[in-house]
Design a protein around this ligand. Structure first.
Ligand SMILES: Nc1nc2c(ncn2[C@@H]2O[C@H](COP(=O)(O)OP(=O)(O)OP(=O)(O)O)[C@@H](O)[C@H]2O)c(=O)[nH]1
Ligand SMILES: [Mg+2]
Length: 373
């Protein structure tokens, strides 16, 4: 889909109801996504609009302006990246004016997932999501082909080819779903076999430090990187709680406007979180937008129907001013504050998890330590 090397120009819009700082942050995040995918951002633009343009998403004049601003050569891989999911017609129209590839935020995220998926299950899930994204777009192209093709003789073959492509994709999706079902059965059985083990899952916005905290709690190095969606697979390991039977799952993170195709195809992965006995919601307190990211994750946790208690943990304390910590403590008196990097607060968290695990297995009805109440 998206060729990773090359130069990219980012495009976003601000509608009257949008908060300007959140739009800017979302564009920064888009830049982070391009970098994670291996591309270079050479320019970026946000257009203020009253509404989305149905034909071009941004105004046609703006598209022409970008053509002028986006300095690219023919033998260079380049594309325009929209911070949104455009309709097939909008993509086509912009491409016609610019003679340049157009990529949507959704495609970019799907591409990173494909790049980072390691396990068989994650690969199958990503491919399912990519094909589900492609399918309606293929149909969109077909409609236009039959219209622009117009005359006798063009319509039939065009549609036949389209039908063949659609059938092929649908067939592939069914094969993938069957294979996934098979794999999901084994993970369901694994989960059942752990029914008397205390299961903790770490959830949260991408780059919050989930794998860093997991590494601390399980004593095994997981992949940690300052990029978006480093983790796409699921790792479940024993928690180090002095022999108390408990496991921890580190898995894929969340992002604003997450493609619904991904949520759909990653259902079984997200089920690891949904069926945990305790969910840690990790928030990067050093982000100026931590409240908005926290909200995004909360909405997704609700969507995947997490039933377990959720423990809110603020991470990256080492990067945060004391006043911000004090304010957050007032707003969230139940939350835990720590730094996965320098281990501040980790021992206390382990103690807390131990109490919860013992409670769960019914061996001990210990009181919750005072500082968590
Ligand atoms: N300063 C500081 N950096 C941290 C802390 N925790 C994590 N990081 C850094 O934050 C970045 C992301 O950490 P990860 O553990 O990979 O985050 P994640 O939530 O697993 O991210 P994804 O898997 O990409 O969703 C890395 O560069 C970490 O070194 C912390 O407490 N303090
Ligand atoms: Mg991770």
């Amino acid at each position: 889909m998206f060729k990773t090397k090359g130069i990219y120009f980012l495009v976003g819009i601000k509608l009257p109801q949008d908060d300007v700082s959140i739009v800017e942050e979302s564009m920064k995040e888009l830049e982070g996504l391009v970098k994670t995918a291996g591309g270079e951002v050479v320019g970026s633009l946000i257009q203020n609009r009253q509404h989305i343009d149905p034909a071009y998403y941004i105004g046609k004049g703006k598209v022409e302006e970008i053509d002028f601003l986006f300095d690219r050569t023919e033998n260079q891989e380049s594309a325009l990246v929209f911070n949104a999911s455009l309709s097939p017609a909008q993509v086509r129209n912009v491409q016609e004016v610019l003679d340049c590839r157009v990529i949507t935020r959704t495609e970019l995220i799907l591409d990173i997932f494909a790049l980072h998926a390691r396990s068989q299950i994650a690969r199958l899930q990503v491919e399912t999501a990519q094909l589900s994204y492609l399918l309606p777009r293929l149909m969109g192209q077909g409609v236009s082909m039959s219209r622009t093709g117009g005359g006798i003789g063009t319509r039939g073959p065009g549609e036949t080819k389209l039908e063949t492509d659609r059938r092929k994709i649908n067939n592939r999706i069914s094969i993938l779903k069957k294979e996934l079902k098979h794999l999901e059965k084994s993970s369901l059985e694994r989960r059942k076999s752990r029914s008397d083990v205390f299961k903790v899952a770490i959830a949260g916005y991408t780059n919050a430090g989930k794998s860093s905290l997991s590494t601390r709690l399980i004593g095994e190095e997981l992949l940690i990187a300052d990029q978006l969606f480093s983790t796409v697979d699921t790792t479940t390991r024993k928690l180090k709680l002095g022999g108390v039977p408990a496991v921890l799952t580190d898995t894929v993170g969340f992002i604003r406007d997450i493609p619904h195709e991904l949520v759909e195809s990653f259902k079984s992965t997200l089920a690891e979180t949904a069926y945990a006995d305790l969910v840690i919601h990790l928030v990067d307190l050093s982000s100026p937008f931590f409240e908005e990211k926290k909200k995004t994750a909360e909405i997704l946790l609700e969507e995947i129907e997490v039933k377990a208690p959720i423990l809110l943990i603020f991470n990256k304390l080492d990067l945060v001013e004391t006043q911000t910590i004090l304010d957050a403590k007032v707003t969230y008196p139940q939350a835990v504050f720590l730094s996965a990097k320098n281990s501040d607060g980790i021992v206390e968290l382990q103690e807390y998890l131990k109490v919860k695990a013992l409670d769960f297995i019914g061996l001990k009805n210990a009181d919750t330590p005072i500082w968590y109440q």
